[in-house]
Design a protein around this ligand. Structure first.
Ligand code: ZN
Length: 279
């Protein structure tokens, strides 16, 4: 698929809708890199993230964020529409987030590494890819990782499109991912492609039980900057916050896999706990 190189708004601010919009207009030039291959837009984006996105509940209190729930017939409870970056665990934590898959070859390699180091991650899955490779989505879910909706088509300009389109992109992807993952699986987060959130799409996601998900550390792994560079970006970036962005799709992810092979033991040595984004 076409993946334009232009990207901006790496800093996703988890703030009010107004603040997000404002931030986007004022920080669009801060960095050309956003989260994914193809990022070309994003009214919001991520920021230093620390302290942002703290879920204030909005009624989700008491909701169990377990990956697969036997009670799939029950509609998911509404969650906060603010973008989350924090961990649900206290202390020194890391939230690994893996975007743009599943992709044959790479997704399984990432899963194998996570298993080897007893690490957990959140996979932001593209809906059309879930339809194409349901078996890989099932493997992700069965390994106990969390699922995140990354839209149907990864249109990084979806924030410029009609609300009906945004809704379709969010909700059809949720259905495709849950269908592929198997009975009881739930998608707990929504991450807009390229950070192209809108207040409306965040609201749609939140009202269907998916917490908008940002990131703190962008590894730029989709650009293949070299394994050393990816590793250093993460080591230096962890002071920005716990949520780290990697990719298992969008091209050759050999550098991502090699970087994870070095970073996963490093996290353990440094005393990080593998956690999940706070819902
Ligand atoms: Zn993406």
């Amino acid at each position: 698929m076409a993946r334009p190189a232009a990207r901006r708004n790496r800093h996703l601010v988890a703030a009010s809708a107004a603040a997000v919009a404002l931030f986007a207009t004022t920080t669009g030039c801060v960095a050309m890199a956003t989260e994914d291959p193809g990022s070309s837009a994003g009214p919001s984006s991520i920021g230093n993230g620390n302290g942002n996105g703290k879920g204030r509940g909005d009624g989700e209190a008491g909701r169990s964020p377990g990956a697969a729930s036997p009670g799939a017939a029950t509609p998911p409870a509404r969650v906060s529409a603010e973008i989350t970056h924090d961990s649900e665990d206290q202390g020194k934590t890391v939230n690994l987030t893996i975007d743009d898959g599943p992709e044959p070859g790479w997704t399984v390699k990432v899963l194998d590494l996570l298993k080897k180091y007893d690490a957990k991650a959140t996979f932001c899955i593209i809906g059309s890819r879930a339809q194409e490779y349901p078996g890989l989505v099932k493997k992700v879910a069965e390994a106990g990782h969390r699922l995140c909706d990354h839209s149907v088509d990864h249109n990084t300009s979806m924030d410029k499109r009609a609300e009906s389109y945004q809704e379709q992109q969010v909700l059809d992807a949720q259905k495709a991912i849950e269908k592929a993952a198997g009975p009881g699986a739930r998608v707990l987060y929504y991450r807009a492609p390229g950070g192209a959130f809108t207040p409306y799409s965040r609201e749609v996601a939140a009202s269907h039980g998916m917490r908008p998900l940002g990131w703190n550390v962008d590894t730029h792994d989709w650009q293949n900057p070299g394994t050393d560079r990816i590793v250093e970006t993460v080591k230096k970036g962890m002071k920005e916050g716990p949520t780290v962005l990697f990719h298992d799709g969008g091209g050759n992810r050999g550098q991502t896999v090699a970087a994870l092979e070095r970073l996963l033991p490093w996290f353990k040595e440094q005393g990080y706990k593998f956690s999940y984004p706070k819902i």
